[in-house]
Ligand binder design. Structure first.
Ligand SMILES: [Zn+2]
Length: 702
């Protein structure tokens, strides 16, 4: 008997009806418009019909699983349907695992966990053998390399379910992207019905583009974006608006928290205490506590990195401040939608950085609102990714010809390559894994397996950082910010992977400065297409040589930094720009460095069309003189350790890549360049120097 009077919005009812009819469904709705009810009702209904039925909910982060667990437990209590929902992930105590696998009808986990558990499928027999639904929430996150890996992982899951005679229905939710239906199909290999009507009522939302004012008489320098953010946040809090402020870096989340607290303390300590930072790196308990305080409104102003961009339910907010363009239309809208989910009006403020990309949007706001959401791209033809997952599939369940239906793209090639490397061998039951390492340990779903540095203060663990972040924020002398408090690092021990910090109240912060080098380790292929193009193994090296001390965005001191360089090996392609092109550019009085830099950016922007990847998976370097080639050279490389086939693809399609890039630049209506052509969303100093005209001529000649 229902104790709660639930009214469904039209899109929820439509989703539920389509699921009842046996379809796989992808629900595209803005954040938190009740999509969880659209999952949970069919799932609970299935459990009431057959109490053995189970459902697997996959979320991209642990925070989301914990959040949704609460929702499900409440629903269980209200409906009296015994589903025993539970989270099963790396944090689940060993002692509880067997009982959850046996008794829970609903298990919430993440792809990293699933990847680890699949080889132990026989332990999951009763759960997977009754699996009626797979729920995939926030599916837009599964794009690029990560998405391609998750797509393979889901095929492995489906294969195991079929082995136990189940063929679960799939319900997917996604933020608005350009290609939701296609994305859902690529992710799972199944066909989908799409629900994209958003029937939830929403108050009026005002979107404000805020360009910091000029602070000099010649109108060239604008006030610091960070200071402007701090002031707007302070005003917003003083006006008693529930506000969430997004920053582009974790350091800025901390600094803006600190500065805002300082300003507010002059008015009221109670207000100052209501401000907190939230970001990756905090210990899980600390994060849970902030999430809860946010929800119960005992803490109502949070400064966050993109960590709160995903759908953790944090209630309705009056105001969202976005400090700097987050780099994609998808992210900007995800952040903006955190404001105003009820009938009340709300305010979103995008504060611009003084870089070409942000400034372009300030000058062309219509362009922003008319700009389509990016496509979520998944590559099913990446042989590196396919190989790893076919290998995992062969472990614990022999592979036969019939398995081709799960991995149709590269099945034969993968089998051959694995056999050659002695990683699988043929048996009467099919191919079985014959390597020595645990296959799931060999492949990572997301990126470079970075080392983790543990930060301690007076012997207590404060937080954890990746090694790269530790180079930036925990080297000796660095100011590490945590919850708006300043800590000075006394030591970064690279052998023990620890950093020791002491709490000290200072009004400055530090920033590490690096340069990046690319070296050709081994040329794999070379070709002449009028110009020389190469493909090979590269070493990219980051040199952290200096750190600057800043007070309110002003540099007050420079210090040398003595850290060994950080290197990683990858695969990349490069091409040489002939001297006569350089001469032509210079004769015309254009900027050659700006030209090759702009061409590099635009090519990276166009690369996903050829390589089927996310532009964030690619790195680039352009230089007027490279030591290995002795000539002006542009490099484009895989941004992931070891490479994942992106550059190889670009190498093969170099001519059409030049053509498409030239077309893009020439057809772009802008004069000096814009985010649609040569600006990189990576921001900072990435966008200078740039010369659009020079780039156009270079590409034409190439
Ligand atoms: Zn343009």
């Amino acid at each position: 008997m229902l104790k709660k009077d639930i009214h469904l919005y039209s899109h929820q009812a439509e989703a539920i009806n389509k699921v009842r009819a046996g379809n796989n469904v992808v629900i595209v709705t803005p954040i938190a418009s009740g999509k969880t009810l659209a999952f949970n009702i069919p799932v609970l209904e299935a459990i009431t019909k057959d109490p053995k039925s189970t459902a697997l909910y996959l979320y991209p982060t642990k925070a989301l699983t914990n959040d949704q667990l609460k929702v499900l437990r409440e629903l269980e209590k209200e409906t009296g349907i015994q589903a025993y929902p539970n989270v099963y992930d790396g944090d689940t105590p060993q002692s509880q695992r067997a009982s959850i696998r046996e008794n829970s009808k609903i298990i919430l986990s993440n792809p990293y966990g699933l990847h680890q558990y699949l080889p132990w499928h026989y332990k999951w027999r009763s759960f997977l053998g009754n699996l009626k639904f797979i729920i995939i929430d926030e599916a837009h996150v599964y794009r690029g390399v990560f998405g391609s890996n998750v797509a393979m992982l889901l095929r492995r899951l489906m294969r195991i379910c079929n082995y136990y005679h189940e063929n679960p229905q799939i319900i997917i939710s996604s933020a608005t992207i350009a290609n939701p239906k296609e994305h859902a199909k690529k992710l799972t290999g199944k066909d989908f019905e799409i629900i994209s009507n958003d029937g939830a009522p929403r108050g009026q939302k005002t979107f404000m583009f805020w360009n910091p004012p000029f602070i000099d008489s010649t109108n060239t320098t604008r006030r610091s974006t960070h200071q402007e953010t701090k002031d707007l946040l302070t005003i917003s809090i003083t006006k008693n608006l529930q506000t969430l402020c997004f920053t582009t870096s974790r350091q800025m989340a901390e600094l803006i928290t600190r500065w805002t607290k300082e300003d507010l303390r002059k008015k009221s300590s109670q207000l100052a205490n209501a401000v907190t930072a939230y970001r990756a790196g905090y210990l899980p308990q600390e994060r849970r506590e902030i999430e809860n305080r946010l929800k119960t409104k005992s803490l109502i102003r949070v400064v966050s990195t993109n960590a709160l961009e995903l759908g953790i339910d944090i209630g309705s907010l009056d105001s969202v401040i976005i400090s700097g363009y987050p780099g994609t239309v998808i992210s900007t809208w995800q952040q903006a939608r955190r404001a105003g989910r009820t009938n009340a009006g709300s305010l979103v403020t995008l504060i611009a950085f003084q870089n070409p990309l942000d400034q372009y949007f300030m000058k062309h706001p219509k362009d922003f609102f008319g700009r389509p959401h990016e496509q979520a791209i998944i590559d099913l033809h990446n042989r590196y990714i396919s190989l790893g997952h076919v290998m995992c599939a062969a472990s614990k369940l022999p592979l036969t010809e019939t398995d081709k239906k799960y991995f149709p793209e590269l099945f034969q090639e993968s089998i051959q390559a694995l056999e050659q490397q002695n990683l699988i061998r043929k048996t009467p039951r099919g191919y079985v894994y014959s390597g020595t390492a645990r296959p799931v340990e060999v492949i990572t779903l997301e990126s470079i397996t970075d080392k983790t540095v543990t930060v301690t203060c007076n012997g207590t663990i404060l937080e954890t950082l990746t090694l790269k972040k530790a180079y930036e924020e925990a080297h000796a002398g660095a100011v590490l910010l945590h919850q708006g408090e300043t800590y000075i690092s006394e030591e970064l021990d690279l052998n023990k992977l620890t950093a020791k910090v002491k709490q000290e109240n200072v009004n400055y912060y530090t920033e590490a400065i690096k340069t990046v080098d690319v070296a050709i380790k081994k040329t794999l292929e070379e070709k002449q297409i009028g110009i020389q193009v190469g493909l090979g193994e590269l070493t990219t090296t980051e040199f952290y040589h200096t750190y600057v001390t800043k007070s309110y965005d002003e540099v007050v001191e420079r210090n040398p930094l003595n850290l060994p360089p950080l290197s990683f090996s990858t695969v990349g392609m490069w091409f040489i720009i002939p001297e006569e092109i350089k001469k032509e550019i210079e004769d015309r009085g254009l900027d050659f460095d700006g030209g090759i830099h702009a061409a590099e950016h635009a090519m990276i922007g166009m690369s996903p069309i050829f390589a089927m990847c996310d532009r964030w998976d690619i790195g680039g370097l352009s230089t007027p003189l490279h030591p290995d080639t002795g000539k002006p050279t542009i490099f484009i490389y895989d941004g992931l350790e070891g490479g994942i086939g992106i550059s190889e693809n670009l190498y093969q399609h170099i001519k059409p890549l030049f053509e498409k890039t030239l077309e893009l630049i020439d057809n772009c209506e802008c004069k000096e360049g814009c985010p649609s052509c040569i600006y990189s969303p990576k921001g900072g100093n990435e966008n200078k120097p740039l010369d659009k005209k020079a780039a156009s001529i270079i590409l034409k000649r190439l």
